[in-house]
Design a protein around this ligand. Sequence first.
Ligand code: GDP
Length: 365
Amino acid sequence: SLTAGIVGLPNVGKSTLFNAITKAGVEAANYPFATIDPNVGVVEVPDKRLNEITKLVQPKKTVPTTIEFTDIAGIVKGASRGEGLGNKFLSHIRQVDAICHVVRCFDDGNITHVSGKVDPISDIETINLELILADLETIDKRIARVGKLARTKDKDAVAEMEVLEKLKEALENDQLANSVEFYDEQLPFVRNLFLLTRKKMLYVANIGEDEVTDSSDNPYLAQVRELAATQGAEVVPVCARLEEEIAELDDEEKAVFLEDFGIEESGLDRLIQHVYSLLGLATYFTAGEQEVRAWTFVKGMKAPQAAGVIHSDFERGFIRAETVSYDDLINYQSMSAAKENGRVRSEGKEYVVQDGDIMLFRFNV
Ligand code: GDP
């Protein structure tokens, strides 16, 4: 499954955030295949629609869908030259699908900052520079190989060199590879490089406890937002320490706690949702008397592929899918009423599944 990696300089609150994630983590009974790697936390994706469908269908069991976070500790200045956990760290980043870059945006005299003062912009640049240097190394190696071929006028090599040089120039100007635009036919060359700065990324601004209700006076957060805007990246303000406390509460206590703070959703829940959409993910539901369940699919998937998320047999033997949109189901209050009103569609192999669809797959075994 898709996974988001948590990175950031030491002492910015990564472990605190990761603890919150593991404490809030899923009940293993519902997800027997959930990983047991201590650096991976599996959390449920909050979705109000799932609760509404449950109310209508009254199943024996309701199962949310999940997403994984990996704790990637150990980035320091010089990581790309092998300092700290250096290369090991970089290879862990290579395996994630999205990067959550945690930045310290809280003042606390008791907690040392690695470079002496709270300065989110310089922190971000430090980390991004390490990623950029690692990518430049990847590109230089590739140029050394492809360059020779390109000089023999090999067509593919010439095309690839164009891509490599464009990337190199951007990275040398401290730009992330994900800010560079390419033609469709160039993209395979880019993907093939597995660059770190080509990954989807968002910033997690770790703010102080007293700023959770209103963070508009936090100057660090404003700086991060400004920088992120130039990269087209999103910023999710979170108070890691508070999230750790919230993660210990049951649902009812959590609701009371959030109300006391005057907030609707926990920072962690917001982060989960942002990562979900950053990865281009969406949810469809299955709704039976036994179980109402949310399933993650990648936006753009057609019905057979989406069915394959449940089981490969569903994809292989796919015949059609009875489909009703979430809004229609809620509107008519039951499957049968939705059907009587012609809102349940029979969709075939070419149907592009929509976020919120309730699906019943018909398949051959
Ligand atoms: P890491 O090195 O990035 O994993 O950072 P830690 O999670 O270990 O946090 C470093 C220190 O900052 C710890 O003492 C945390 O308790 C503290 N800390 C983390 N988040 C917050 C926060 O939101 N507010 C405050 N005041 N302290 C925090």
